[in-house]
Write a protein that binds this ligand. Structure first.
Ligand SMILES: Cc1ncc(COP(=O)(O)O)c(C=O)c1O
Length: 416
C-alpha cells in the first residue's frame, strides 16, 4: 500500500472533508474555525457560492485552453480586470500556476530586462521552494538545506525586523538601508544588480510588516541605480493586509508585482505584472508552461475579484484585522511568553519568546496544537517556528473574530 511521503509536514491532524465560509469540517462532521485560509488563499472563504458557480460553469465549457496554443476569453477578461486593480502602469501580465513559479518568472524577467545578474533579498524572506525561488529564500534553512548548489547571484541583506533587532522602527530602517548600501559598496555593484525582491509583510519569516520608509528607501535606490523593485505580493495581495496591495500605504511604485494565493480563492494561478517598457524586454518564448492561466482558475479569479468588490472585503480586512489585533494584544498582556503582537489587516501574529528574549518555539507549537484541539486552526511561522499566525478568510465577521479570540485565550490557558 502506498503512503504519502514524510517530506510533507502536517500542521494539524485534521482530514478536511468540506469547507464553508470561514469553517472547515472533518470527516466526522466536526467544525473548525479556519484561521489559516489554506495559508492565506481562500480569501472569499471556502466554497463561496459565486466562485463555485463560476468554476462549475467554466468546467462545463472549457477546462484547458493551453495558452501558448490557443487563447481563451477567461484569461483575456482576467487580464482586463487585473488591470483595474494593479498599480498604474503595471499593465503587462504573465500567468503561471504557483507563487514560486511567478517568482521564477519575475527573476527571469528582471535579468532579461536589465541585462544584469544579481538579485538582492532580505534575510528571513520567503519567495518559494523551486530552485530559483528557494535561492531567494532565507525564511529558514530547512528550505535550502541539502539541495545546493543554489542559483548563484543572490545577495542576502538584513531586514528591518525592529523587534528582533531590539531597535525602534526608525532605527531598524536606518540600519537595514545602511547595510544595503554597504552591499552595493562591497558585494554587488549596482551595475550588476538586476532587482531587489521584497514582501510587504515578511510572511513565512515571521509576519513582520515592512516599514513604509524602508520601501521608500528601496524605491529611491532603484531609481538611482536602475535596478528593478520587485514586490512579492503572493501572500499580502488581494486585500489581505487591509489595503488591496500590501505595499500601498508606502505610496511606492513597484516595477514588478507578483501575485498568487488570494487571487483565485483556491484555484492554482499566479501572475506577474510589469510596465510594457520592462515586459517588452522579456525574450519571447523564454517563458510559458502547460497549465499557466488555466481557464477554470481564471474563472475562479474573476469571481474572486467580483466578490471582493461586492462584499467590500478589503475594508472588512482592515476593520476585522484591527479587531483581531486589539483582541490579541489584550490576551497577550496576561502571557509573558508572547513578546510581540503585530501584523497588518488580516495577517496577524504573536511572537513567543523565553524570559531571555530568545525564540520559544515549543510554547508557540503547543499553543497552536491546543487551538486546533479546541476547534481553531492556526499556523506557525518564523525561522524558529515561534510565531503563531492568524490569517482568516477576508469574509470573517466580528462574531467569528471574537470566537477565535475566546478559543485562543482558552488554548493558552490549557497549556499554562
Ligand atoms: C511571499 C511568498 N512568495 C512566494 C510564495 C510561494 O508560493 P507557492 O507556495 O504557491 O509556490 C509564498 C508561499 O507561501 C509566499 O508567501
Amino acid at each position: 500500500m502506498a503512503e504519502l511521503s514524510p517530506v510533507l509536514k502536517q500542521a494539524t491532524p485534521v482530514i478536511a472533508a468540506r469547507g464553508e465560509g470561514v469553517h472547515l469540517f472533518d470527516e466526522d462532521g466536526r467544525r473548525f474555525l479556519d484561521f489559516t485560509a489554506g495559508i492565506g488563499v481562500t480569501s472569499t472563504g471556502h466554497c463561496h457560492p459565486k466562485v463555485v458557480a463560476a468554476a462549475q460553469e467554466q468546467v462545463a465549457t472549457l477546462i484547458h485552453g493551453q495558452y501558448t496554443t490557443v487563447m481563451h476569453r477567461p484569461l483575456l477578461r482576467l487580464t482586463e480586470r487585473l488591470g483595474e486593480v494593479l498599480p498604474t502602469g503595471l499593465d503587462r501580465l504573465f500567468y503561471v500556476n504557483s507563487g514560486s513559479e511567478a517568482v521564477e518568472a519575475a527573476l527571469r524577467l528582471a535579468r532579461q530586462a536589465t541585462g544584469r545578474q544579481n538579485a538582492i533579498v532580505f534575510q528571513g524572506s520567503f519567495h518559494g521552494r523551486t530552485m530559483g525561488a528557494a535561492s531567494l529564500t532565507t525564511s529558514g534553512t530547512k528550505i535550502r538545506a541539502g539541495i545546493g548548489p543554489l542559483v548563484p547571484g543572490v545577495v542576502v541583506t538584513p531586514f528591518p525586523y525592529a523587534y528582533r533587532l531590539g531597535m525602534s522602527e526608525d532605527e531598524a530602517v536606518a540600519y537595514a538601508l545602511r547595510e544595503l548600501d554597504y552591499q552595493f559598496a562591497t558585494v554587488t555593484s549596482p551595475k550588476d544588480t538586476a532587482a531587489v525582491f521584497i514582501e510587504p509583510v515578511l510572511g513565512e519569516g515571521g509576519y513582520v510588516p515592512v516599514p513604509d520608509a524602508f520601501l521608500q528607501g528601496l524605491r529611491e535606490r532603484a531609481d538611482q541605480h536602475g535596478f528593478l523593485l520587485v514586490v512579492d505580493e503572493v501572500q499580502t495581495g488581494f486585500g489581505r493586509t487591509g489595503t488591496f496591495w500590501g505595499h500601498e500605504p508606502s505610496g511606492i511604485r513597484p516595477d514588478i508585482v507578483i501575485t498568487a494565493k488570494g487571487l483565485a480563492s483556491g484555484f492554482p494561478i499566479s501572475a506577474i505584472a510589469a510596465p510594457a517598457a520592462i515586459m517588452d524586454k522579456a525574450w519571447p518564448g523564454s517563458q510559458g508552461g502547460t497549465y499557466g492561466g488555466n481557464a477554470v482558475a481564471c474563472a475562479g479569479a474573476l469571481a474572486t475579484l467580483e466578490v471582493i468588490q461586492e462584499e467590500n472585503l478589503v475594508e472588512n480586512s482592515a476593520r476585522q484585522g484591527e479587531r483581531l489585533h486589539q483582541g490579541l494584544a489584550k490576551i497577550a498582556e496576561a502571557h509573558a511568553a508572547i513578546g510581540d503582537v503585530r501584523g497588518r489587516g488580516l495577517m496577524q501574529a504573536n511572537e513567543f519568546v523565553k524570559a531571555d528574549g530568545s525564540p520559544d518555539a515549543e510554547t508557540a507549537q503547543r499553543a497552536q496544537q491546543a487551538a486546533a484541539q479546541n476547534g481553531l486552526l492556526l499556523l506557525t511561522c518564523g525561522p524558529a517556528g515561534n510565531v503563531v499566525r492568524f490569517i482568516p478568510p477576508l469574509i470573517v465577521n466580528s462574531d467569528q473574530v471574537d470566537t477565535a479570540l475566546e478559543l485562543w485565550s482558552a488554548s493558552l490557558g490549557d497549556i499554562a
